[in-house]
Design a protein around this ligand. Structure first.
Ligand SMILES: Nc1nc2c(c(=O)[nH]1)N[C@H]1C(S)=C(S)[C@@H](COP(=O)(O)OP(=O)(O)OC[C@H]3O[C@@H](n4cnc5c(=O)[nH]c(N)nc54)[C@H](O)[C@@H]3O)O[C@H]1N2
Ligand SMILES: Nc1nc2c(c(=O)[nH]1)N[C@H]1C(S)=C(S)[C@@H](COP(=O)(O)OP(=O)(O)OC[C@H]3O[C@@H](n4cnc5c(=O)[nH]c(N)nc54)[C@H](O)[C@@H]3O)O[C@H]1N2
Ligand code: SF4
Ligand SMILES: [Mo]
Length: 849
């Protein structure tokens, strides 16, 4: 145990969890009540004496994680313990005076999750030592091991698997748990695991991002880049903001979005929300709410396009100059006579005019509302149609995003202040990596669509390339499915977060090795063979990057020493690389001693990154030492960052094959054999409405009458923070359904429901409201799975119901789910995890095996 008694006492005090005292007090209080005596006030909750600010050291740092933004956290510590956290109050900004908060440089104030971070840092679920599985996989029985034993075991199995099964045996399932730093990076594309396995020469890559693969496809196809976003201050200049499947009150996509949107509101901007639920964003801006049947967005958009063309409201000048394939006149010469977007919309090519009435039948929005919105959008300038990712997280979600791009282009709202072309919406470009380039980093020998790994494992070797989205190669491995025998999780809780968990459960039992690197005992971790404790971002040195939007860096010093025996990801990979023979190459600045002393090396990488990339490349004059002192560096942009402004104003070509905005895609139009692409299946050259596999319009509703959507929770970052009591006081994991549906079924708020389909079943309480449209139910993603003996998930994780079928462009169909529901039978219960002791995974480790 590396906590000293003193440290532990301080911790318990600071967290108010002196459990023995607490239990004593509450037991005494209980006894007093039953005797009819007045209970004593509980003393255990007082910090005695509470340290004053001037007795605490103040350290500026930031959150990490894939949470939608990047804010400042200020740690106030005593000795090596963080006693409390606060956030930006303007004191720390470049050249700023105390309390500074301006339009150009607003504060980076933390959300409720960031502010409760201390309880995550010191939670009972912190993983403090390496652990090795002793029971069956998934049973959750582990014993404590030394680092030497754990890493020795991992290195030996890696060698065995590579020798026996070849260079595709190890599956890289790193994800964005720690993407937004420059040194200790977990990331699908540029992260440390890809570097490690790539250099080792045994790696199956996972392509396709859960967040927005459909949207990525659309942005790349249409604009040639995913950097199609404006910085959020530009929202302040919009006259109309359409939040299409976007709820910035919950799911941030950048910093201070709400602040800038409020400025627009104050200047008279109109707001519209198109969402099956009346969101808090809708109420905050008094928006016109248009409830829509889930997954039918592309049809509604096609209806809008019809109205705009039919009334000649499109910006024809813009189209003629910048767009390919919007109409017959803008088709490339080599594709003359092929179907343009306008041909499709008007019905000239397929005999079906995509009128507002046609759309209304599909999406459930009355034709008059489709017309009204189309008119508003085409005649209000500038207007921001922000087409968010959730409606793309569907079967054929790519068609929704491409259809949105067509509307943005036909109204000429691209490259203009107050307009919007996003899409993925990455805006300002940050310098993201501090470790040196290596040609073998990120090399892979097979690359599959991320959530088809289970399908691949279960069906190997009889699996067709299109079933798993196998990426094409130019060598003899082309088309050869990977023989996956082991998985690494680094910065990902993917077992809990990918689709169709029951299929994953079947598949994981076939593997020879599962390694989980995390700071927390996660639901995925319980299915691993080896758990490696990773230092959090409070316990290592790094620099924080903004999340898609924002133009700043936040210094992230090592605030406290790593808890327990945790090490950083970089330390663990370096040590493993040494054991496997490529340590020096993996981490050129380090020697073998890095596992024990990493501070100087980390500082050196970071300083070099600052000097070479930030100072030289981004022309920043502030020296590294000064940045470290201030804690935050904000860029002042010469003008608000608007994507594609130079393309419009200076004639810069788009990075598409034609150099234009491609509504008619040159690449798609020329693809012959779809099975030889990573997509596997046909994708039309222009955006079209394609019926999803499951929706309220499909015959499957007879068996499963509700369409479930699974958005991101305000109170969690996916699965992160699920175990935090402070946040749990703000919510319950529940299923939201319309009051009339509930009444018909005799369901009241608080009733426990069973929700199921062919893939699985979950148990959770009902919340009934008029703010969710009839026929739709909502369950937020990220709950920590907790199976009962019959395989029902008592925690209410919707990924037991999601489908792992690939949408052609690689999108995850997280929101394409039909389900049925009823009041819970057979005494089946929900485990809300409210009682910390019940969710604490630590009980698993406290037994003697
Ligand atoms: N039904 C449904 N499911 C969904 C979605 C949905 O909309 N609906 N959304 C999907 C989306 S968009 C996403 S992005 C995924 C997210 O899926 P995940 O990325 O798996 O989710 P997180 O809960 O963020 O898990 C990140 C893990 O990284 C760990 N971690 C954090 N920092 C570090 C570090 O420095 N090192 C290491 N080794 N570990 C670290 C955290 O403790 C946490 O366990 O979920 C997807 N799942
Ligand atoms: N608080 C918080 N913020 C986050 C995250 C988090 O976990 N927590 N995760 C971050 C990450 S990794 C991501 S990818 C983004 C996700 O960002 P988004 O994809 O924008 O967010 P979601 O919450 O999935 O969904 C947004 C809205 O879409 C609606 N919706 C769902 N399906 C449909 C549909 O078919 N049609 C229409 N019109 N609307 C639909 C939902 O009701 C919801 O209100 O958020 C980021 N921000
Ligand atoms: S949005 Fe993200 S970075 Fe900002 S405070 Fe919340 S969790 Fe932290
Ligand atoms: Mo995401």
């Amino acid at each position: 145990m590396s906590f000293s008694n003193e440290k532990l006492a301080l911790l318990q005090d600071s967290l108010n969890i002196n459990r023995r005292d607490f239990l004593k007090t509450s037991a005494a209080a209980g006894a007093a009540v039953s005797l009819g005596l007045k209970p004593e006030p509980a003393k255990a909750f007082a910090y005695e004496p509470y340290p004053r600010d001037d007795e605490l050291e103040t350290v500026v740092t930031s959150c990490a994680h894939n949470c939608g933004s990047r804010h400042m956290l200020v740690a106030h510590k005593k000795g090596d313990v963080i006693v409390r956290l606060s956030s930006d109050d303007g004191r720390y900004q470049q050249g700023g005076a105390f309390g500074k908060d301006t339009f150009e440089e607003p504060q980076l104030r933390a959300c409720l999750r960031g502010r409760s971070y201390r309880s995550r840092l010191y939670s009972a679920e912190r993983l403090l030592y390496p652990m090795i599985r002793v029971g069956a996989r998934g049973e959750g029985k582990f014993k404590r091991a030394s680092w030497d034993e754990a890493l020795g075991m991992v290195a030996q199995r890696m060698e065995e698997l590579k020798a026996k099964y070849g260079p595709t045996a190890l599956l890289d399932q790193s994800y964005a748990g720690a993407s937004y730093g420059v040194l200790h990076k977990s990331d699908q594309i540029e992260g440390l695991l890809g570097r490690f396995l790539g250099m080792y020469g045994c790696r199956t890559n996972s392509w396709s991002v859960p967040s927005y693969q459909a949207t990525t496809f659309s942005s790349r196809t249409t604009f040639g880049t995913i950097e199609d976003g404006n910085e959020d201050d530009t929202f302040a200049h919009s006259k109309l903001i359409i939040m299409w499947g976007w709820n910035p009150a919950y799911t941030f996509h950048g910093g201070n979005t709400f602040y800038y949107m409020r400025m627009a509101k104050q200047k008279g901007c109109k707001f519209v929300v198109i969402d099956p639920q009346h969101t808090d964003s809708a109420s905050s801006y008094d928006a016109w709410w248009i409830p829509i049947r889930p997954n039918t967005d592309a049809a509604m958009m096609a209806g809008m396009a019809y109205y705009i063309f039919a009334n000649n409201l499109q910006d024809q000048q813009f189209i003629n100059r910048f767009v390919q394939g919007m109409d017959p006149g803008t088709m490339p010469h080599w594709a003359h006579g092929q179907e343009s977007f306008k041909d499709y919309i008007s019905g000239r090519s397929d005999g079906v005019a995509k009128t507002p009435e046609w759309a209304a039948d599909i999406c459930g929005v009355p034709a008059k509302d489709i017309i009204k919105l189309a008119h508003m959008y085409a005649t209000t300038k500038p207007a921001a149609l922000k087409a968010s990712w959730a409606p793309g997280r569907n079967a054929y979600g790519e068609q929704y995003n491409r259809m949105a791009a067509a509307l943005q282009a036909m109204t000429g709202n691209i490259g203009k202040l107050g307009g919007c072309a996003e899409g993925v919406g990455k805006a300002w470009h940050a310098e993201g990596i501090a470790y040196p380039y290596d040609e073998f980093a990120n090399v892979w020998y097979a690359s599959i669509k991320s959530d088809r790994w289970a399908h691949c494992v279960l069906n190997y070797p009889n699996v067709k390339r299109e079933e798993i989205g196998l990426w094409p190669r130019n060598d003899e491995r082309d088309g050869v499915p990977p023989n996956i025998r082991g998985i690494f999780w680094q910065g990902s809780d993917w077992f809990n977060q990918l689709t169709n968990i029951n299929k994953e459960i079947a598949a994981i039992k076939k593997l020879d090795m599962v390694v989980c690197m995390d700071s927390t005992i996660t639901p995925s971790g319980l299915w691993a063979d080896v758990l490696l404790p990773i230092a959090t971002h409070f316990e290592r040195h790094d620099v924080a990057l903004p999340w898609y939007k924002g133009h700043y860096y936040i210094h992230r010093p090592k605030v406290i020493e790593p808890l327990g025996e945790s090490k950083t990801d970089l330390q663990v990979f370096t040590e493993l690389a040494y054991r496997l023979g490529f340590g020096e190459r993996f981490n050129p600045k380090a020697n073998r001693n890095y596992f024990h002393h990493n501070d100087a090396v980390d500082e050196s990488y970071l300083r070099e990154w600052w000097v070479n990339k930030v100072m030289h490349h981004q022309h920043v004059t502030m020296p590294w030492e000064e940045f470290k002192k201030r804690g935050v560096y904000k860029f002042k942009l010469p003008r608000p960052h608007v994507a594609f402004q130079d393309n419009i104003e200076k004639g810069v070509a788009w990075s598409t094959p034609s150099g234009k905005i491609e509504i008619f895609s040159s690449t798609l139009a020329q693809t012959k054999d779809w099975t030889k692409t990573q997509y596997g299946y046909y994708i039309p050259a222009i955006p079209k409405w394609i019926e999803p596999w499951e929706s309220l319009n499909s015959p499957k509703t007879q068996k499963f009458p509700f369409h479930m959507i699974t958005p991101h929770p305000r109170w969690r970052t996916h699965s992160i923070f699920h175990n935090i009591p402070w946040l749990r006081e703000t919510y319950t994991q529940e299923i939201t359904l319309n009051a009339s549906d509930a009444k018909r079924l005799g369901i009241k708020t608080g009733d426990t429901l069973e929700v199921w389909n062919d893939r699985g079943g979950i148990v959770l309480p009902a919340f009934t409201t008029e703010r969710c449209m009839p026929g739709v139910v909502i369950v937020y993603e990220g709950a920590w799975m907790d199976l009962d003996e019959d395989g029902w998930d008592r925690a209410g994780n919707p990924d037991f119901l999601t489908l792992d079928e690939p949408s052609p462009a690689g999108g995850f169909a997280y929101n394409t789910i039909l389900v049925n529901l009823r009041k819970a039978t057979n005494g089946r219960t929900h485990r809300p995890g409210w009682d910390k002791q019940k969710t604490a995974r630590s009980h698993v480790f406290r037994r003697d095996y």
